[in-house]
Design a binder for this molecule. Structure first.
Ligand SMILES: *[C@@H]1O[C@H](CO)[C@@H](O)[C@H](O)[C@H]1NC(C)=O
Length: 425
């Protein structure tokens, strides 16, 4: 439910104001809104021109008659699997806006040989079944023999970025110290790097095939350079796996590795102790909860407090990376401006300050670590204790429901917290 709701928020907030105005003026304002928006932003000088929808319909209505041909025609096919067009006017608007995201992406990527289409879950149920489309509202990308689900924010920016990533080579080569340093700085991404003899190495080929399977979510790098390999302490045919925000990589055991071994290893290690919420796979991340909850940390990296808090959080994550059930979702509010006020309302927190809390993904009920305004940030130890309490269930979203439940419950919790503070000293 929350997922669906979130899905509409960015776009609807964005257009809320314009919408009320146009509602009175134009009866069919869905398309006009989009055109207006891009016109507003395209009146600048040359060299910085946002694309405006040119009105040309590029998104195909996929059906039994045309789907095979369409899949054959393009290098990549991007399909929005959607519920039938609703009769409600507002829902129709939302539908058209999603369609327009595809139209604009199709227009921008016109010379990239990517097809775009819509599959109606009722009318085209047979096609959907044949193609293996399951989740209504999701976008599926067909590339070679693979189907890649896009489970990110449905905006033209995010979708286009995702598709462009998919067009790149699945393995990026690192061949000099400068590229190596850049690789080492990418600490937000899950990434692998292998050292191989050269392009023709069969082990490199296995690595390449594996990379395609995880593109673009897990980044694959390789080097054929002895010096780079030495710096990264890689032996011939060895593959290292880097979890986000960890200092040390883990080596995939049993080199040289087969495709299957690498796939298994990545699947086993894929859920990081600390991960950053990204627009391109935010819904997938959110769906990967820890038994119905997420530990969520809000911190703006560019804000001194936020930066500091993040450093503490990374330290805690490094110390606890062996706890396989622990996965903290870090959200930088700067990257989700359209969601910030929604989160503040839903979670009742001030996002101008760093926050960490537990969120129940069923009802978005939450509890937050108490960080009073005038006090310093928690130490790594305090944060670790709190996380322990979350994992053991001592801190949870259910006990503090003093709004809904009886007062006794709330009071009990209060004394419990005091107790826990005194206990350790
Ligand atoms: C989350 O909330 C739902 C609905 O209120 C509740 O049934 C469930 O037990 C909660 N889950 C956790 C892990 O607290």
């Amino acid at each position: 439910m929350l997922v669906l709701y979130l899905n509409f928020i960015p776009i609807s907030l964005f257009f809320a104001k314009l919408q009320t105005f146009f509602l009175r003026v134009y009866p069919n304002y869905g398309y006009i809104l989009f055109v207006m928006y891009f016109l507003l932003y395209s009146s600048a000088e040359e060299g910085l021109e946002f694309p405006s929808f040119d009105g040309k319909d590029r998104v195909l209505n996929v059906n039994e008659r045309n789907y095979k041909k369409a899949l054959k025609k393009y290098d990549m096919m991007c399909l929005l699997y959607h519920e039938p067009l609703p009769s409600d006017k507002e829902l129709q608007q939302q539908f058209h806006m999603r369609e327009m995201v595809l139209e604009l992406a199709a227009q921008v990527l016109e010379d990239k040989d990517i097809g775009f289409g819509l599959v109606d879950s009722h009318r085209d149920a047979k096609v959907a079944k044949k193609l293996g489309l399951e989740e209504e509202g999701s976008i599926y990308v067909f590339k070679d023999e693979r189907v890649i689900e896009f489970d990110g924010e449905l905006s033209a920016d995010t979708l286009v970025e995702f598709l462009l990533d998919l067009l790149e080579d699945p393995v990026e080569l690192i061949s000099n110290p400068m590229e190596q340093r850049a690789f080492e700085r990418m600490d937000e991404d899950i990434r692998l790097i292998g050292y191989f003899k050269g392009e023709d190495s069969e082990h490199y080929k296995a690595f390449q095939v594996t990379a395609e399977k995880f593109q673009p979510y897990v980044k694959f790098f390789a080097t054929f350079d002895k010096g780079v390999a030495k710096q990264l302490t890689l032996k011939m045919n060895e593959i290292d796996f880097y979890e986000p925000f960890m200092d040390e990589p883990v080596t995939v055991p049993g080199k040289p590795n087969t495709e299957e071994e690498i796939v298994d290893f990545v699947n086993q290690h894929r859920r990081p102790t600390l991960r950053k919420l990204r627009a391109e796979d935010m819904f997938e991340t959110w769906e990967d909860d820890m038994d119905g909850i997420h530990i969520v940390a809000f911190a703006e990296e560019e804000d001194p407090d936020g930066y500091e808090f993040l450093e503490i959080l990374k330290e805690v994550a490094r110390d606890n990376t062996k706890k396989t059930d622990l996965s903290i979702v870090w959200i930088d509010p700067d990257e989700f401006p359209l969601l910030t006020t929604y989160w503040e309302k839903t979670f009742k927190v001030d996002l101008f300050r760093p926050q960490i809390g537990v969120v129940n993904v069923t009802d978005a009920d939450s509890v937050w670590l108490n960080m009073p305004n005038d006090e310093a940030l928690p130490s790594a130890e305090e944060l670790e204790d709190w996380i322990e309490d979350v994992l053991s269930g001592k801190v949870n979203t259910e006990d503090d429901d003093d709004d809904d439940d009886d007062e006794d419950n709330g009071i009990d919790d209060g004394s419990d917290e005091d107790h826990y503070g005194d206990d350790d000293d």
